[in-house]
Design a protein around this ligand. Structure first.
Ligand code: ATP
Ligand code: MG
Ligand code: MG
Length: 429
């Protein structure tokens, strides 16, 4: 992918936007971009630099993403505090072409890495609740105030962030919610010797700035949390608005990453905000159990991934009402006129509360309360799914042990609540 039209190869200490941003290390990547931690010499703080691939379709996508991010950034900042903030954007020309770059506030690790870090065990429910609240606050603002559907909610696109401003000193403050060194190649393809030299170069570049400005600098490793997640402040923000769209101007017919895709998208029956609520429920399950809720497999046995996906949904949620099953443009591919799947005839029904108890050893109380929270979000009828606003009022989110004092303190929760008087969040006390 590091060729004409593809990614831009970045080296530690590379400069961007006329020297304003200095690359520090790779934070992550996606199909569209690589994302680097960079030092902003103008504000003496750390930022995330999302460097888009350069081919025309990626430029187009980045322009769209900048558009969406701008409307988030121009909105009420206290209400959009669970959505990533755009700081700046510019073009960067390299050997592979011209790349649009987005400067975003620097956040911590994504939830998929948190799940991995926790050995796919499932997080304590108090932490799941805290993450769910952040996602819902973000979605409520996105849906109700901006009229935007994210369309690609998944653990990779939800990032942890620290109670103390992480842009200030992610390495020394000990508050950066970075769990461990990123896996794989973090430097864009350099051998360790060259990497060492480049790191020294970067250190010097930042040290110079530090001297001038009397601030910190350097590129030491991020502090590590212990081998458990007890001490992590469970707050997060939604990122990656590359596929987001205004509800009245849907961009694509096929949206969402497979496992988080809503049934109406598979059936091509049209979609709205409630597709995000479906994905949200899948994420909540994954956080609580460490397992992906739906993992359809295609091929081999005479049915495709889509049909297997629908079958798995019905094994968990019961039969899809016939009216809904046959209403999509794609329905005839999967359902007969009675509303039964054409190729997968025998379904093994395993309801959510039983699944939580049998496979994940939830207590009966936890299982029934958690399923009561999730099941309405997984309604086959999109219009029946609760909105993010409604969901925030659900008793499961607000029960007494939901936010223990050690995870979120009174003052940080108040901040989340500013300007959201209609969304009172109770703090355990
Ligand atoms: P996709 O293939 O999912 O569309 P993408 O190319 O649009 O991905 P993003 O999802 O925006 O890229 O970012 C890729 C990864 O980079 C994220 O999963 C995350 O790990 C990291 N990342 C993105 N934004 C930030 C940020 N603001 N702070 C820290 N890390 C970030
Ligand atoms: Mg992404
Ligand atoms: Mg994207």
């Amino acid at each position: 992918s590091y060729r004409k039209g593809g990614y831009h190869a970045v080296r530690v200490a590379d400069q961007f936007a006329g020297g304003r941003y200095i690359a520090q290390r790779k934070l992550g990547w996606g199909q569209f971009s690589t994302v680097w931690l960079a030092y902003d010499i103008q504000t003496s703080s750390y930022v995330a630099l999302k460097i888009q691939k350069s081919a025309a379709e990626f430029v187009q996508a980045a322009l769209h993403e900048i558009n969406v991010l701008s409307s988030i950034a121009n909105g009420d900042s206290s209400n959009s505090r669970c959505l990533v903030q755009l700081i700046d954007h510019f073009k960067h020309t390299g050997p592979n072409g011209q790349h649009l770059c987005m400067v975003l506030e620097f956040l911590g690790d994504n939830l998929l890495r948190l799940i991995k870090y926790n050995h796919y065990k499932g997080l304590p429910l108090s932490k799941v609740r805290a993450v769910c609240k952040c996602i819902l606050i973000g979605l409520d603002y996105l849906h109700r105030e901006l009229g935007i559907i994210h369309t690609d909610l998944k653990p990779e696109n939800i990032l942890l962030f620290s109670a103390i401003d992480p842009s200030k000193d992610p390495f020394r403050s000990g508050v950066s919610p970075i769990l461990e060194k990123p896996e794989g190649n973090t430097n864009g393809g350099f051998t360790s010797l060259i990497e060492k030299r480049l790191k020294i170069r970067a250190r010097r570049a930042v040290a110079k700035i530090s001297l001038k400005r009397g601030s910190m600098g350097g590129i030491e490793e991020a502090p590590k949390f212990g081998r458990n997640i007890d001490g992590i402040d469970m707050r997060c923000k939604i990122v990656d608005f590359g596929n987001a769209c205004w509800a009245d101007k849907p961009l694509a017919e096929e949206i969402q990453t497979r496992q988080y895709r809503a049934p109406e998208v598979i059936l091509k029956a049209g979609y709205s905000f409630s597709v995000d609520m479906w994905s949200f429920a899948c994420i909540a399950f994954e956080l609580a159990t460490g397992d992906v809720l739906f993992t359809p497999k295609g091929g081999g046995q005479g049915f495709c991934e889509d049909e297997d996906h629908l079958a798995r949904m019905m094994e968990l949620l019961g039969k899809m009402p016939r009216k809904i099953a046959i209403a999509g443009a794609q329905s005839k591919d999967f359902f007969d006129r009675h509303g039964d799947l054409k190729r997968i005839r025998r379904l093994k029904f395993w309801p959510l509360d039983k699944l939580l108890m049998d496979r994940y050893k939830f207590t009966e109380k936890d299982a029934s309360e958690f399923s009561e929270f999730l099941l309405p979000l997984l309604d086959f009828a999109p219009e029946k799914r609760p909105t993010a606003q409604k969901c925030l009022q659900h008793p499961w989110l607000n029960c007494k042990e939901s936010t223990p004092n050690e995870t979120i303190n009174e003052s940080s929760v108040e901040k989340v609540n500013i300007g959201m008087s209609n969304l009172k969040i109770k703090v355990g006390k």
